[in-house]
Design a protein around this ligand. Structure first.
Ligand SMILES: *[C@@H]1O[C@H](CO)[C@@H](O)[C@H](O)[C@H]1NC(C)=O
Length: 161
């Protein structure tokens, strides 16, 4: 049991900076540190599952929307028509950032913009359209996140003894 907890912890702490794909564990920890756990009433599992659905945890994911010529950027697939500036395309650029900033492995810009979107849309409805998939993902993952964060608290106690 002890070994299992340690493995979970170490697996999570491996730096994610080099690859463009986060693991679920790394993403959960990063989003928690950046203040998304419970943000606007949404659990960490909600945010991680949304990222899984939108980008499969790929920080460099882009998706072109041919119907309006906009592009979705990054781990949360943030749209260039409203939230960020893509070249000289028309945009409301509400987050006041170049869209390319959303493709970095440093997720602090993505999270700040996601918070603005969630405030503006009174929640996660801006990422709507996949409610059932999200719900089953969140249900599957709630236990995982609980054990992840209780492990993070428990391990230092083990090391002390
Ligand atoms: C990530 O970016 C933010 C600002 O955009 C910066 O304050 C922070 O130090 C960066 N973090 C790392 C690990 O580079």
């Amino acid at each position: 049991m002890k070994a299992l907890v340690l493995l979970t912890l170490l697996g999570c702490l491996v730096p994610g900076g080099l690859g463009m794909y986060y693991t679920r564990c790394q993403l959960a920890q990063t989003l928690q540190q950046l203040g998304l756990d419970g943000y606007m009433g949404y659990s960490l599992a909600n945010w991680v599952c949304m990222a899984a659905h939108e980008s499969s945890y790929n920080t460099q994911a882009t998706h072109y929307n041919s119907w309006d010529g906009s592009t979705d950027f990054g781990i949360f697939q943030i749209n260039s028509r409203y939230w960020c500036q893509n070249g000289d395309e028309y945009s409301s650029n509400i987050c006041q950032i170049p869209c390319s900033d959303l493709l970095s492995n440093n997720l602090s810009v993505d999270v700040e913009c996601a918070k603005i979107i969630a405030q503006d849309s009174s929640g996660m409805s801006a990422w709507g359209g996949h409610g059932e998939i999200l719900e089953s993902c969140v249900e599957e993952n709630l236990g995982f996140f609980e054990s992840l964060f209780s492990a993070l608290v428990i391990v230092p106690e083990i090391w002390k003894t």
